[in-house]
Design a protein around this ligand. Structure first.
Ligand SMILES: NC(=O)c1ccc[n+]([C@@H]2O[C@H](COP(=O)([O-])OP(=O)(O)OC[C@H]3O[C@@H](n4cnc5c(N)ncnc54)[C@H](O)[C@@H]3O)[C@@H](O)[C@H]2O)c1
Length: 328
């Protein structure tokens, strides 16, 4: 049996694919390189270049490999861009997922682990955010993922597919096997701060320091990518054992502020990392912290790499060794 990983040349999909490979599983990666490069395809997998909604290609893959389940990472991920160009997000994230699920069902693949996001919740009404929290995304990216969750929920009821929708908070770090975060463009705080330490950027911008948080800057929940990988292994095993569909938060449970991230990066890199405070960005909630209690109960999962030092240090190790990402 093989596991189909869409978006497996990307940051999280690549890390998860490597974890499955190192457990001895057969992995098939499908990626169109719209946001990644051939150099990031995990070694040891079967690889197909193409779009996740290419029904003919999915049928061909299913003919050539016996697919037990699909881990669906392929998507665009920039919330800011999704506000400027929502069509791009509804098309690539929602419509393409619909096409993929249809092709998977045609091929008899009925187990799906879906990469959802904390962005499905929108402005928090309370923290830590649990799975029952109201879902009111504040941008089309979050909406595109919520719509996809709804499709899965409906298909689960009507067609008997089973899924695990995993709502990641802020993924970060490196798994130490040569895989790291290399988005184009980069919009995530930890890699941006580390690129400033490398001289790739002149300074880091802090968007607002007048939030109702201890140091005035926004607080986020960072989850190490290796902890995301262990959650995917557990979610796959959960579905394979015949358990029902489920939606789960994956976070660290602790919040770290923008200033704390910058300070930690200064300590770890030994670089002063110039920072400038500018105006708030519209739509940035002050605090986003996950409750992952449900994932603990259902999957027996808990994050192991919870300190900010450990998360930033592992990301720095990768950035130091790969100053041009996968592009060099
Ligand atoms: N990075 C985070 O902090 C974070 C947080 C929450 C959720 N997520 C979700 O996790 C998933 C992976 O995120 P990432 O950070 O690894 O992103 P990434 O951009 O590194 O990886 C996405 C991969 O999917 C590929 N891709 C995109 N659209 C495709 C399509 N239609 N067909 C085939 N391939 C396609 C890209 O080329 C890329 O390799 C996404 O679904 C994202 O929404 C990420």
């Amino acid at each position: 049996m093989a596991i189909l990983v869409t978006g497996g040349a990307g940051y999280i999909g690549g890390t998860v694919a490597r974890s499955f490979l190192s457990r001895g599983e057969e992995v098939v990666v499908l990626d169109d390189f719209s946001k990644s490069l051939p150099a990031s395809v995990p070694e040891g997998c079967a690889f197909y270049e193409g779009r996740s909604d290419n029904g003919e290609l999915i049928a061909k893959i299913a003919k050539e490999h016996e697919i037990s389940a699909c881990l669906h990472f392929a998507a665009f991920i920039e919330a800011g861009e999704s506000v400027k160009d929502p069509y791009k997000y509804f098309y690539n994230n929602t419509a393409s997922s619909l096409g993929l699920f249809h092709a998977l069902m045609d091929a008899g693949v009925k187990k799906i682990v879906f990469s959802s996001t904390a962005a499905v919740y929108g402005e928090p009404k309370y923290t830590p955010i649990d799975e029952e929290h109201p879902k009111n995304p504040t941008n089309p990216y979050g909406l595109s993922k919520l719509f996809t969750e709804k499709i899965l929920e409906t298909f689960s009821a009507s067609y008997g597919i089973r899924y695990a929708a995993l709502r990641y908070f802020n993924a970060c770090g490196s798994d130490g096997t040569g895989n790291g975060e290399d988005h184009h463009p980069e919009t995530h705080l930890i890699p941006l701060v580390l690129q400033t330490a490398q001289g790739i950027r002149k300074q880091i911008f802090i968007f607002g320091d007048d939030y109702p948080t201890p140091d005035g800057t926004c607080v986020r929940d960072y989850i190490h990518v290796s902890d995301l990988a262990s959650a995917h292994l557990a979610a796959y095993d959960y579905l394979m054992s015949g358990s029902p569909s489920v939606s789960l938060n994956l976070g660290n449970g602790s919040g770290f502020s923008v200033k704390e991230v910058i300070e930690t990066a200064r300590k770890i890199t030994g670089h002063p990392i110039p920072a400038e405070t500018v105006q708030r960005r519209p739509g940035d909630p002050s605090v986003l912290v996950a409750s992952s209690e449900k994932a603990g109960k259902i999957l027996g999962w808990k994050p192991e790499r919870r300190s900010l030092d450990e998360m930033v240090a592992s990301a720095w190790e990768w950035h130091k060794n790969n100053p041009n990402g996968y592009g060099a």
